[in-house]
Design a binder for this molecule. Structure first.
Ligand SMILES: [Zn+2]
Length: 85
């Protein structure tokens, strides 16, 4: 799948409220199971297509670890900006 298709798939799932977890473990305590969605944050993705930069409004999920009660952001392996537009 191309990067553009990856971004579109991610955005469709975000808009549909279907969270995707990309990471393998809690970034705070290292557990790799037992999370629930804590929040959604708006993010934009930038794609190069035909010599233009396409900006796609999307979002990423924040998760709460049920073991350590910490929250962390799960960044997808996509070219997302670190701040929202
Ligand atoms: Zn944890």
């Amino acid at each position: 799948m191309s990067l553009e298709e990856d971004v579109k798939m991610h955005t469709r799932r975000f808009e549909a409220g279907l969270p995707v977890f990309y990471g393998e473990a809690c970034s705070l305590c290292g557990r790799n199971e037992g999370f629930r969605v804590h929040d959604c944050r708006p993010r934009t993705f930038r794609l190069l297509r035909d010599g233009y930069v396409w900006i796609v409004r999307s979002g990423i999920w924040r998760w709460r670890c049920l073991a350590c009660r910490g929250c962390f952001t799960d960044y997808p392996p996509l070219p997302c900006r670190t701040n929202a537009l």
